[in-house]
Design a protein around this ligand. Structure first.
Ligand code: IPE
Ligand code: IPE
Ligand code: MG
Length: 250
């Protein structure tokens, strides 16, 4: 039982890709693909929550996605607003708290207000943390952390010797969360696309050809199964890891 529980990742990070291709294959507008993608979001939140995942990070909009046609960008913004309005009560019912990472200052005032309201309304929830990466970029995250560190150095709050990996980690938008154990990307591409760059250093990567609107509970269980069969060595040898596991189970 305990071994089974250990096989569940504490933090899952997902690049939800393939909405556009799903729609295109059905001769539908791309936005319909994004709408269908929301169904998968709902399924995956529920399944992760039930499986005991502590933190689920979803890549909803990258800092590069502004380059898309205006119509798609504004459609996505309206969809974010609609989903936040519609889903918050359900999240609270399931004790899920929601937080956003990324540069929210680029969003409209009303969307920024909504984001702040949802964070506040779910802040008392003690179950799974749902982290939405919106206008997020891994490079942006490292850069904004570096800027804060420079300010601390300039003010003397931090010395050059105190400038450690830990100090940088503390300024990242994911501070306080376990590092992602499992990264999932749907849609067949095998790349990070500027998602959590620093945080993914030792994450297990899992890629599937399934398009995001097709990704369901069963597909998630397959990813969990693949994860459970990985040996995470963190630079050590297999033998060292096996000895460690022996110690834990003794
Ligand atoms: C991912 O699906 C959703 C967002 C980037 C918002 P895409 O829209 O990238 O779908 P494809 O990759 O074009 O199929
Ligand atoms: C990554 O998907 C961003 C999100 C899923 C939000 P993209 O579709 O934007 O990535 P690229 O352009 O194929 O690298
Ligand atoms: Mg894509």
């Amino acid at each position: 039982m305990q071994a089974e529980k250990k096989a569940v990742p504490r933090h899952v990070a997902i690049v939800m890709d393939g909405n556009g291709r799903w729609a295109k294959a059905r001769l539908l507008p791309r936005l319909i693909g994004h709408q269908r993608g929301v169904e998968s979001v709902r399924k995956v939140i529920r399944a992760c929550n039930q499986a005991g995942v502590e933190c689920l990070t979803l890549f909803a909009f990258s800092s590069e996605n502004w380059k898309r046609p205006l119509e798609e960008v504004s459609g996505l913004m309206s969809l974010f607003m609609l989903v936040l309005e519609r889903e918050t009560a359900g999240l609270i019912r399931h004790n899920v708290s929601m937080r956003f990472i990324g540069d929210r200052s680029a969003f409209s005032g009303s969307l920024q207000d909504k984001i702040a309201a949802v964070e506040q309304q779910t802040s008392h929830c003690t179950g799974m943390l749902l982290l939405i990466a919106a206008n997020y970029g891994g490079r942006w995250d490292i850069l904004q952390a570096a800027r804060k560190l420079v300010a601390k150095l300039a003010s003397g709050e931090l010395s050059a010797q105190e400038l450690t990996e830990q100090a940088l980690d503390q300024e990242l938008s994911t501070f306080g969360l376990p590092e992602p154990d499992l990264f999932i990307r749907t849609g067949g591409e095998q790349r990070i696309s500027n998602f959590l760059l620093w945080q993914l250093a030792y994450t297990e990567l899992y890629f599937t050809d399934k398009l995001w609107p097709e990704f369901d509970e069963q597909a998630l269980q397959e990813a969990f199964k693949a994860y459970a069969n990985r040996q995470r060595r963190f630079g050590m040898t297999s033998e060292q890891i096996q000895n460690q596991q022996g110690d834990v189970h003794a």
